[in-house]
Design a protein around this ligand. Structure first.
Ligand code: CP
Ligand code: NVA
Length: 304
C-alpha cells in the first residue's frame, strides 16, 4: 500500500479486498480479551476541522482496540486554529505520533499534510473525498451478499464527497454506479476523469431517480447539505426535493436491495423515516464497520 490513504484511487483492487477481509477479521474478534494488539505503544493524532461523531469515535475506539492510543485535536484548542501552517503541524506531529488522521475542508489541506508528514496520513473526510466511509460501505455490501465486482449501486442526491469516492471505487473494482442528481450537482468532473483512467467500472449520471434505482442492488443517499454548505440550504432544498429515497423508489430496486446512508441522516429530506428504519436499511452496520475497516487500515499503514 502507499504511505497515505487520501482517496480510494490510492488503493488497488486487491488492496481494497484485503482491507475488507482484514476488517472482517477484526469484527469477528470483537472484544475478545486475547485479540492481538499490533499497535501497542503507537499513537494516532486526529485533526478535526469539521464536526464528527462516527469518524472520531470509531478511530479512537479502534486505535484503543489495536493496543494504541489516539489524540483528538480541534482547531479551537490547538495552534492550527491560530494559523500555524499545516506543513509545520505535519512535521511536528511526525516526531510524536505514528500516523495522522485529518478531517478538513479543501482536499489540498490533506495532501499538503501528507506531503510534509513522514508518517502515514489517513483522510477522515474532505470536501472531495471520504475513502474510509466507502471502504466501510463496501465491507457492509459484501456482508449483505453483494458481489463487489458486479453489483449495481444507485446513488440518489448530491454528487458530493461520498459520491466522488463511490465513483472511484466503482472504477477500481469494476461495478456499476449510477448517480441520479439535479443539473449542477454532479460528482466532481476532475475526479470522474481521474477515476475513468483506471476505467474498469461503469459510471453513469442520470436525472431520473427511478432510472438509477431500477434493479439496483444498493440504494445509497447522503445529506443534501454537506458540512460547509449550510448557507446554501434554501437553494439545495428546492434542487433536491425529488431526490429522496422513499418506499416508492425502493420498489424500483432489486427485490434483495439494501439501503445505505453514511449518516448523519436528515429524515424527511434525502430519506424517509419509513425506509431508514425499514428492513432493507443497513445504516447501522455501515456505521459499525467504520471502526473495523479503520482498524484494518491503521494496522496496515502503521509500521509495527
Ligand atoms: N459518516 C461519517 O463520517 O459520520 P461523522 O460525520 O459522524 O464522522
Ligand atoms: N457529505 C457529508 C458526509 C458526512 C459524513 C458531509 O460532507 O458533510
Amino acid at each position: 500500500m502507499k504511505k497515505d490513504l487520501l482517496r480510494i484511487l490510492d488503493l488497488k483492487d486487491r488492496e481494497i479486498l484485503s482491507l475488507i477481509s482484514s476488517g472482517s477479521d477484526w469484527k469477528r474478534r470483537g472484544r475478545k480479551k486475547n485479540a492481538p494488539r499490533p499497535l501497542a505503544g503507537k499513537s494516532l493524532a486526529m485533526i478535526f476541522q469539521k464536526a464528527s461523531t462516527r469518524t472520531r469515535v470509531s478511530f479512537e475506539a479502534g486505535m484503543h482496540r489495536l493496543g494504541g492510543h489516539a489524540i483528538f485535536m480541534s482547531p479551537e484548542d490547538t495552534q492550527i486554529g491560530r494559523g500555524e501552517p499545516i506543513r509545520d503541524t505535519a512535521r511536528v506531529l511526525s516526531r510524536y505520533v505514528d500516523a495522522v488522521m485529518i478531517r478538513t475542508f479543501a482536499h489540498t489541506i490533506a495532501t499538503e499534510l501528507a506531503e510534509a508528514a513522514s508518517v502515514p496520513v489517513v483522510n477522515g473526510l474532505t470536501d472531495d473525498h471520504h475513502p474510509c466511509q466507502i471502504l466501510a460501505d463496501l465491507m457492509t455490501a459484501k456482508e449483505h451478499g453483494k458481489d463487489l465486482r458486479k453489483m449495481r449501486v444507485a446513488f440518489i442526491g448530491d454528487g458530493n464527497n461520498v459520491a466522488n469516492s463511490w465513483v472511484e471505487a466503482a472504477h477500481v473494482l469494476g461495478f456499476r454506479f449510477i448517480v441520479a442528481c439535479p443539473p449542477g450537482y454532479e460528482p466532481n468532473a476532475v475526479i470522474v476523469k481521474e477515476a475513468e483512467a483506471v476505467g474498469r467500472g461503469d459510471v453513469r449520471i442520470v436525472r431520473d431517480p427511478r432510472e438509477a434505482a431500477e434493479n439496483a442492488d444498493v440504494l445509497y443517499t447522503d445529506v443534501w447539505m454537506s458540512m460547509g454548505q449550510e448557507s446554501e440550504r434554501k437553494r439545495r432544498l428546492a434542487a433536491f426535493k425529488d431526490y429522496r429515497i422513499d418506499a416508492e423508489l425502493l420498489r424500483c430496486a432489486s427485490r434483495s436491495a439494501i439501503v445505505m446512508h453514511c449518516l448523519p441522516a436528515h429524515r424527511g429530506e434525502e430519506i424517509t423515516e419509513e425506509v431508514i428504519e425499514g428492513p432493507r436499511s443497513v445504516v447501522f452496520d455501515e456505521a459499525e464497520n467504520r471502526m473495523h475497516i479503520q482498524m484494518a487500515i491503521l494496522e496496515k499503514l502503521i509500521k509495527h
